[in-house]
Design a protein. Structure first.
Ligand SMILES: Nc1ncnc2c1ncn2[C@@H]1O[C@H](COP(=O)(O)OP(=O)(O)O)[C@@H](O)[C@H]1O
Ligand SMILES: [Mg+2]
Length: 232
């Protein structure tokens, strides 16, 4: 299984999600996991380095790949239960090559105007890649949601924007919690920092919902004519 966490907006939580998903699969599903870091900023490679230096944590393998990485990914996939790809923050060759072969694609977006403005372009890329990878299971996930009840409508509006472009959006979200930032510090994940905490529960819900979607028939199907251009 290849799980890609991608998108073109920096700071939306791609590295954070990819890392926490990798730890979930490694430690709670006892799966063999490889992380692939395609971001020249090396966020995930640095995190892995810290993690693997800490002998209290289960080590996870990581490689850096750039450019046309399709064939590399296909051969790596044979050796692991899961390959989790952190694809940086640009529409580049690595993102498109990974989308061409990934089983699951997760695109995090904050419920903010600038993140939501990337939805049409992401949908364009997804529909292009779907021609070569028709079985891809792609979904948006809303991240760093405000927890104030008065701002709850922003979360619903963000989901509505995604839906208006006929791209599935997960019901599960992450709320804005210091736990995400704090646990990254020492190569840990929210699952290890506070296994019964709310952030750990959010990660489990997101990955389980994504993988369950992949088993349904309702995989991503772009319907150009039904787009409502909800972003003004
Ligand atoms: N749900 C969240 N709540 C609070 N902070 C978060 C959350 N998700 C990610 N972050 C923080 O936001 C920052 C950017 O996240 P990161 O995963 O590096 O983004 P990206 O890889 O998309 O650029 C990091 O400091 C991370 O800890
Ligand atoms: Mg990143």
């Amino acid at each position: 299984m290849m799980i890609l966490v991608g998108g073109e907006k920096g700071g939306s939580g791609k590295s954070c999600l990819a890392q926490n998903i990798a730890v979930y699969l490694r430690t709670e599903k006892n799966a063999s996991v490889l992380m692939v870091d395609c971001d020249p900023q090396r966020t995930t490679s640095d995190w892995i380095q810290e993690r693997n230096a800490n002998n209290k944590l289960t080590p996870i393998n990581c490689v850096q790949l750039f450019g046309k990485i399709r064939n590399d990914l296909l051969s790596l996939r044979q050796h692991y239960d899961y390959v989790v790809i952190d694809c940086g923050g640009q529409d580049n060759l690595a993102l498109r090559s990974s989308m061409a072969v990934a089983d699951h694609i997760l695109i995090p977006l904050r419920p903010k105007r600038r993140d939501l403005k990337t939805v049409p372009h992401m949908e364009d890329i997804l529909s292009t890649c779907k021609m070569v990878n028709p079985k891809m299971n792609a979904a948006f996930v809303v991240t760093q949601c405000p927890s104030l009840p008065s701002l709850a409508s922003r979360i619903l509006e963000a989901k509505e924007v995604c839906r208006s472009f006929e791209v599935p959006v997960l019901n599960s979200v992450t709320f804005s919690r210091n736990m995400y930032d704090d646990s990254e510090e020492s190569g840990m994940s929210v699952i290890e920092s506070e296994p019964e905490g709310k952030a750990a529960t959010e990660i489990r819900c997101i990955i389980e919902e994504l993988l369950a979607r992949g088993k349904e028939e309702t995989a991503y199907e772009p319907v150009q004519s039904q787009k409502i251009h909800a972003i003004s």
